[in-house]
Design a protein around this ligand. Structure first.
Ligand code: NOJ
Ligand code: CA
Length: 546
């Protein structure tokens, strides 16, 4: 057994529980469904599950509007089911990392309900961010902040007060300067640590500290600029220095418990330096590296994202984590399915140009998986990545549920297309997502041809995405070079990335338009597609044992 903490090299599988597996036939994924597929996750070879919010919620934003942080939503099961899941997963050697949502609650949370009932200026309102409006009759919002889902970040109550919501109006922002908030979240962390969870994914980790003056956004920050390329500019509510004090306390809470607990921050920062600040000693353990996800399919861009992130994280002694897709972004098989892949700009709708060439996108997704699993640090799989699921881009408008769709005035399709229920088996929908005698169809419709992408269809097919993932993860587990550690780049022609991991493994990715001649005598351990005459085709990757 190595003494390196598990989270420095973990492969973490993201379970969007509503779309993973439906145990009771109501068309919505649940804990029973998840429990029944733990053997699948074990055979895939993942170390831990990040589970999107499963708490009691009116589901205005897929559960990111939490009404009770200590209760499981009845759609997903009960607290006893969650405890069973944690125990079962641990028996399979799989750790459990739920989401925690500290930036905002649901408008149905008892605190917000009390704030509404208690009126203007009440102590109950001090737990949130209530302000009078501007203008002669207070009819203008207190400032010009905008909601990430479109429209103003303020909603007015009939009594005249406005409250802040950086997301949907059903998600009022908490006032983290109020002592009740810190105390409550420490208690919530302990509640779940006592039930055996192995850590948390921290939602909107960069949003908790607001400038107490609530100043207007300067005009330089209101446009759709690509801030990541411009460097850091102080912002009145994102990534403020004060936020780290909260996580130093959380770290102390985690350290009270045995078992190597770990936090992963969903933190959007302008620069790798700013991101690294979340994972300094005494802070959170890891943070998602979205620069890698946002890079286009381009050797220079990807290499820059990798180098910058490793350099900064190394400086604070934290491991990198790599991610290609999640429940908020267009699935990478579809992103990469355009000849020119647009880089992603945070908070700007990602609207790809031209029709998807899924054959191309799949080839690149296979190569990207080998790249990601060979990089130093941990890696995330979003459920369905291992099946090569594309984004469903033609969902009928009537079935769309993401609040982004409505709030953007139907200009941004939102995130439903990456949240389609998983196809497990069988020729027709629901493809084993729900039991045969289900009373309802899946909450979002599955494409009719997803029988070809089901777990059953791909199992045992050596050319399938699923078997590529299984093999890659098996090698990753067994090979001493993979996971935590360092890497060295090889000199390669433009458009080709190659790096060495000690001892004895080289990863080569061909992002150019020409076949690339692999070094002589290199033995191929794994390749993302057929390699003939030692030629690595465009959009292919290989692991070599040298
Ligand atoms: C980030 C989550 O990943 C996203 O799904 C959610 O809508 C926002 N945070 C608000 O909680
Ligand atoms: Ca269900």
């Amino acid at each position: 057994m190595s003494s390196t903490p598990w989270w420095r090299s973990a492969v973490i599988y993201q379970v969007y529980i509503r779309s993973f597996a439906d145990g009771n036939g109501d068309g919505i994924g649940d804990i029973t469904g998840l429990r029944s597929h733990l053997p699948y996750l074990k055979s895939l070879g993942v170390d831990a599950l990040w589970i999107n919010p499963w708490y009691k919620s009116p589901m205005a934003d897929g559960g990111y509007d939490v009404a009770d942080y200590r209760a499981i939503d009845p759609l997903f099961g009960t607290l006893a089911d969650a405890e069973q899941l944690i125990a079962d997963a641990h028996r399979h050697g799989i750790r459990i990392i739920p989401d925690i949502v500290p930036n905002h609650t649901s408008d149905q949370h008892v605190w917000f309900q009390a704030a509404l009932a208690s009126g203007r200026g009440s102590p109950e309102r001090a737990r949130y961010i209530f302000r009078p409006g501007r203008g002669p009759d207070g009819a203008q919002p207190p400032n010009n902040w905008v909601s990430c889902f479109g429209g103003p970040a303020w909603t007015r109550l009939p009594d005249g007060d406005w409250y802040l919501h950086l997301f949907a109006p059903e998600q009022p922002d908490l006032n983290w300067q109020h002592p009740d908030i810190a105390a409550e979240f420490e208690s919530i962390l302990r509640f779940w640590f006592n039930r055996g969870v192995d850590g948390f994914r921290v939602d909107v980790a960069h949003g908790l500290a607001k400038d107490p003056e609530l100043p207007d956004l300067p005009h330089t920050l209101t446009g759709e600029t690509d801030q990541a390329r411009l460097g850091h500019v102080e912002h009145p509510h994102w990534d403020r220095d004060d936020v780290h004090a909260i996580y130093r306390t959380w770290r102390k809470v985690a350290d009270e418990f045995d078992g190597d607990l770990a936090f992963v921050a969903e933190a959007w920062a302008d620069t790798p330096e700013r991101l690294a600040a979340y994972v300094r000693p005494g802070g959170l353990h890891t943070a998602f590296n979205f620069d890698f996800l946002m890079a286009s399919w381009d050797a220079k861009d990807l290499r820059a994202a990798i180098d910058d992130s490793l350099a900064m994280l190394d400086g604070v002694g934290a491991p990198a984590t790599w991610v290609l897709s999640n429940h908020d972004v267009m699935r990478h098989a579809s992103r990469y399915a355009r000849r020119t892949v647009k880089p992603w700009v945070p908070n700007v709708p990602y609207l790809p140009e031209g029709p998807a060439d899924l054959e191309l996108g799949t080839r690149r997704a296979r190569a990207a998986a080998l790249l990601m699993f060979a990089l130093p640090g941990g890696a995330y799989i979003y459920q369905g990545d291992e099946l090569g699921l594309p984004e469903v881009e033609d969902l009928p408008e009537a079935v769309r549920q993401d609040p982004i769709w409505e709030r953007s005035g139907h200009t941004n399709p939102g995130r439903d297309g990456c949240r389609i229920p998983i196809p497990w088996s069988g020729p027709v929908a629901p493809f084993g997502f729900s039991p045969a005698d289900a009373s309802a169809a899946p909450w979002l419709p599955q494409p009719a041809d997803w029988n070809e992408r089901s777990v059953e269809a791909q199992t045992g097919d050596d050319t399938s995405m699923l078997e590529l993932y299984r093999t890659a993860l098996r090698i990753r587990r067994d090979h001493p070079a993979l996971g935590d550690g360092t890497m060295t780049w090889h000199d390669t022609p433009a458009g080709v990335l190659a790096f060495h991991r000690q001892p004895g493994l080289t990863c080569v990715v061909n992002l150019s338009d020409e076949p690339y001649q692999l070094p002589e005598h290199a033995a191929i351990l794994l390749a993302s597609g057929p390699v003939e005459n030692a030629l690595l085709a465009p959009d292919q990757a290989a692991w070599l044992t040298r």
